[in-house]
Design a protein around this ligand. Sequence first.
Ligand SMILES: [Mn+2]
Length: 400
Amino acid sequence: MEPIRFLHTADLHLDSPFKGMASAGPDELARLQQSTFAAFDRFIAYAVKERPDFIVIVGDLYDGEDRSLRAQIRFQQGMQQLQKVNIPVYLSYGNHDHLAGRWTRVSLPENVHVFSEQVEQKQLMIRDEKICLHGFSYPQRHVKESMIRQYPKASEGIHIGLLHGSVAGDAEHAVYAPFTISELQDKHYRYWALGHIHKRQVLSQEPPIVYPGNIQGRHRNEQGLKGFYDVSLTPINDSMKFVATSDVVFTTLTVSCKGIEYADDWISACQEAIDQLTAETGSVVVELVMEHTEGLTKDLAKAEAEWLDILREQYEAMEPFVWISAIEWPKNSYSVVPNSLLGPVEKTISSWETDDWNDLVKEVYSHKAGRYLEALTPADFERLKQQATALLENEMLKEG
Ligand SMILES: [Mn+2]
């Protein structure tokens, strides 16, 4: 039997505004705002070339509940391309593009089948196999109840569930339409196509319960390649191929400054590392993490922000696109005193109680002049603590 082949995607977040990228200039922001569309175009191009039997899109097609007109037009154009090559699309809306939002309506072609706000079943025939798809769209932004209870158990045919939601009790994400893995397994479907969580993950193999993640990262917490799954179901084994679509990859890059003394060498070292990265992944928003900065410390202390600006200028208006979101220097990077030395001393000082301090200063008070001194209060000890730490750091730095 020829496998049943479909593409599973979710969380397109078309026309995402990249609000978190406040550090980027207007040109960079405009470039980033194109990325969700570019990733979507890659998805459509792949489908047109590969001709899967059908496509499922599991919520959050649009980033905003107003479904920006630009996003709708681009989505419509993508669906029309799929219609031309006879690929049916089954989609549900999620918490970002719920049905209660106000938006200008743009019609979708006939190959597109939209799940309503009730859990419902849609059927199609693929080479004499009956495929049953189950899903629903969010009637409003917050769907807190467990929608999984409304999904029917599988009967004859190949059943696939579309569900935009999260595992009950998830501490990291806002929980929408919560479910447990065993609740999904109890339905005896062949595949669970999930959406909502932007991190790609396979929650179970038997049957596959899958978050494809979003198709384009939108901030530093959505790192690495993003994309969708190309799924083939056969009676013997299923295959799930991840296909990357991200136009700009959010990532972190460590740069060693070992042996570097001069700023221009540092720029070269960073550029070399970035060029190697872009050769592998294409455009990036990258956070640089510096290590072994001992040789650079004196110059750096004066011009950390300037160094970032100069490095950014090297990539202005370039493709692949590079935006350096931040440079992270090691803590105490200006210090030639190893943390391993300063740390324990500071820790000891801060652990001293009033009695310890009294013990320390008792010689001063036992001296003849002691009678002219006022007794020290706990607030005095606190001040002493801070001053001692600062003095220690300063004195040790001077040595370098
Ligand atoms: Mn989402």
